[in-house]
Design a protein around this ligand. Structure first.
Ligand SMILES: C[S@@+](CC[C@H](N)C(=O)[O-])C[C@H]1O[C@@H](n2cnc3c(N)ncnc32)[C@H](O)[C@@H]1O
Length: 349
């Protein structure tokens, strides 16, 4: 079976900054890697090739369809690694790794949505296709955009569009949306897009992008609690790598917290960390973490965390500034234009 043939649907997503990500993750044959946003399996496939049949690839996605697609695509490779699949939010990555007794050498999160989700009108992400106001990446749970819009006040909606969509016309957009909602006329993506265009009025013609772009993005981020998930992910990693640091401090002071007694070697440091009350169960020493963000609010959270971790001596950042896509990639794949890639290596014990 060829790779493209494995799943029946078209791939409909171009992996962004593939070369830079694979380089930054510094993969070796036999590594255990988490692709926390498996999507259509583009990055996963390249990771699988790098780690080979001795490796293990844990695939996560909140979208069950994409998760199945990505895992089929990877499993269809010659010399595929062991593939472990979990339908889960990446904020639960530590629990999933523990459940499967895995210890990750590398971790990737390619944030947001995949192009196939956007182009499927039935998912409700796009103002360009008529569909229900759903916008959930995980269709098995959570509140749809329609449910969210049914309960918010005008002021709450204006704040949401301003904060997550950075639309300067947030107040008048919110007023118009709430007006049509209260008339019972807000049912589909087309209804929402028309409300935004009408709120823009004559300014719609001056707008470089479709006037509804920012409102749809803001609602998608809110519906999927995208910033909250990222924040939790960073907190979960921080807890783990701070534990690494405690274990190292104990080594330097020559203290022995080891359950194995005074003769325990440096390689028992991870166990010592556990004895200190910091469970080191899912992240390997020198593990690499790469996150690809497409929104300034996401990138700000990542930058703040990585800078702080480096200051604490827990990680080294690979490059001061985020990597961005090459001109050639931006030309070929417009989605890559807003991408910012940040990578860290956890400081070994
Ligand atoms: C940009 S796409 C990933 C594309 C993938 N790297 C590829 O090459 O095909 C993002 C994927 O992450 C999933 N996703 C978004 N937020 C998530 C979260 N918090 N936890 C797990 N998956 C998430 C989406 O459902 C989507 O399939």
């Amino acid at each position: 079976m060829s790779v493209g043939d494995a799943p029946h649907d078209p791939i409909d997503h171009e992996p962004v900054m593939l070369r830079e990500i694979i380089q930054g993750l510094d993969l070796e044959s036999g590594n255990t890697v988490v692709d926390a946003t498996a999507g259509r399996g583009g990055h996963a496939q390249a990771i699988a090739r790098a780690i080979g049949r001795q490796g293990t690839l844990l695939l996560l996605d909140v979208d069950e369809i994409n998760l199945a697609f990505a895992s089929e695509r990877v499993r269809a490779l010659a010399d595929a690694p062991r593939v472990v699949v979990a339908h889960s939010n990446f904020s639960n990555v530590a629990d999933v790794l523990r459940q499967h007794s895995l210890c990750a050498d590398a971790f990737l999160a390619d944030l947001g949505f995949a192009s196939n989700q956007m182009s499927d009108g039935a998912r409700g992400f796009s103002f360009a296709a008529d569909g229900p106001l759903d916008m959930r990446l995980d269709q098995s749970t959570g509140e749809s955009a329609h449910a969210l819009l049914s309960r918010v006040t005008e002021a709450e909606l204006a704040d949401l569009i301003f904060q997550l969509g950075e639309d300067p016309f947030s107040r008048r957009i919110a007023r118009r949306i709430i007006y049509i909602r209260d008339l019972g006329l807000l049912k589909t993506t087309t209804d929402l897009a028309k409300a935004v265009v009408s709120a823009y009025g004559g300014k719609a013609r001056q707008s470089r992008m479709h006037p509804a772009t920012r409102t749809f993005m803001a609602l998608r981020i809110a519906v999927n609690k995208e910033l909250e998930s990222l924040d939790t992910l960073l907190a979960v990693f921080q807890q783990e790598i701070a534990g690494f640091s405690l274990a190292r401090a104990a080594d330097f002071k020559g203290q022995d917290h080891s359950i194995f007694g005074a003769g325990a070697s440096q390689s028992d440091s991870i166990v010592r960390g556990s004895a200190l009350g910091t469970p080191h169960t899912w992240l390997a020493r020198n593990a690499r973490m790469a996150i690809l963000a497409f929104h300034s609010l996401e990138d700000r959270l990542i930058k703040r965390a990585f800078t702080d971790w480096e200051r604490q001596g827990w990680v080294t950042r690979i490059g001061r500034k985020p990597l961005v896509a090459s001109e050639a990639e931006c030309g070929a794949n417009p989605r890559s234009r807003s991408a910012k890639l940040r990578t860290v290596r956890i400081v070994g014990i």
